[in-house]
Design a protein around this ligand. Structure first.
Ligand code: FBP
Length: 345
């Protein structure tokens, strides 16, 4: 019986489809000396729910799942049907997986206790970000943060398990449902992006080791709020115009952040008279993107301090957010805090 060592095909007859998310997660498990595979499984659960939500968003117009759901969430925002569907899909996947003990969701007033005696992870999630763009076929997203619980596994969920600063995240990521669907995440060892191949139902590694350009020429801010800006914000945006930066604002945080992460740019949602603490939520919007930004060599601040250092006080607390290329965010901080040192990592 002849035994030959495997020789990878050189004919080029069948191009390699690349590295699946599953394989990548498995290969990276060794980054964690005490890995037990639970975090890997949790990431797979999120990817599964993302595939289902991707299918729902793609066919929303056909499946009568567009439009308002007819209820408001704890933020007082009108829930879209897809907000509710995405929330159900992620909740179900996370509860079925068995690794998660509690969930914080934009669509849930309270912490959801999964009553799972063996779950050691807490997930904070914005099931569908960019709700105002759902019905008009513009890119939307999902944002997630993962923490290890602080109290013993199996014991009742405590405040300290939930109210953890962003720097305690063990993983974070987002899904972008756009011209293609991508999942981008970090476990603290760099940032990797995966593109969804519909025909195979798999995410494939398409953007390995993402590094944000240190500088850029794109600024993303809702200029409709200009009259409510502080002089510092106004001066910075004027500076962007004088510097002939391009204004790009999709109105979906994930989409604006993703573009700026790859091309270089800054996204700002400052505090305004209408939103003195800004609009975006710390636990399930700002923290995840701040972790990814820093892992990709970019910066995230509330204008005064590093987003990841903020100690959360309430579940749905908001924060001003300036996030993007290091030089641009430092430049913006120079305008915002004329008298203070720019934020340096
Ligand atoms: P949700 O859609 O999840 O509530 O997220 C908030 C958000 O839609 C961000 O995606 C976006 O960047 C921002 O609000 C847009 O706010 P505004 O319309 O005030 O500019």
């Amino acid at each position: 019986m002849k035994i030959l060592p495997y020789q990878p095909d050189q004919s080029g007859m069948a191009y390699s489809v690349g590295t699946t998310l599953d394989r990548f997660i498995k290969s990276k498990q060794s980054d964690f000396p005490f890995a037990s595979g639970e975090l890997s499984q949790l990431l797979r659960d999120i990817a599964l729910a993302a595939k289902i939500v991707n299918r729902e968003t793609n066919r929303a117009g056909l499946a009568n799942i567009g439009g308002a759901f007819g209820q408001t969430n704890v933020q007082g925002e009108e829930q879209q049907k897809l907000d509710v569907i995405a929330n159900i899909r992620f909740m179900r996947a996370l509860s079925k997986g068995g690794e998660v003990c509690a969930i914080v969701s934009e669509e849930e007033d309270s912490v959801i206790d999964l009553q799972n005696g063996s779950g050691k992870y807490v997930v904070a999630i914005d099931p569908l970000d960019g709700s105002s763009n759902i019905d008009v076929n513009i890119s939307i997203g999902t944002i997630f943060s993962i923490y290890r619980r602080k109290t013993p596994v199996g014991s009742p969920i405590q405040e300290e398990d939930i109210m953890q600063p962003g720097k305690e995240q063990v993983a974070a990521g987002y899904v972008l449902y756009g011209s293609s669907t991508m999942l981008v995440y970090t476990t603290g060892f760099g940032v990797n992006g995966f593109t969804y191949e519909n025909s195979l139902g798999e995410f494939f590694l398409s953007h390995p080791a993402i590094q944000a350009p240190k500088d850029g020429k794109i600024y993303s801010i809702n200029e409709g709020s200009e009259l409510e800006w502080t002089p510092g914000v106004k001066n910075y945006v004027d500076h962007c115009k004088k510097s002939q930066y391009s204004a790009r604002y999709i109105g979906s945080l994930v989409a604006d952040f993703h573009r700026n992460l790859l091309k270089g740019g800054i996204y700002g949602y400052p505090s305004t008279q209408k939103n003195p603490n800004g609009k975006l939520r710390l636990l399930y919007e700002a923290n995840a993107l701040a972790f990814i930004a820093e892992q990709a060599g970019a910066i995230a601040t509330d204008g005064v301090q590093r987003i990841l250092d903020i100690q959360p006080e309430t579940l749905h607390q908001r924060t001003p957010l300036w996030i993007g290329s290091e030089k641009m965010v430092n430049e913006a901080m120079g305008f915002l805090n004329k008298k203070r040192e720019a934020v340096n990592l």
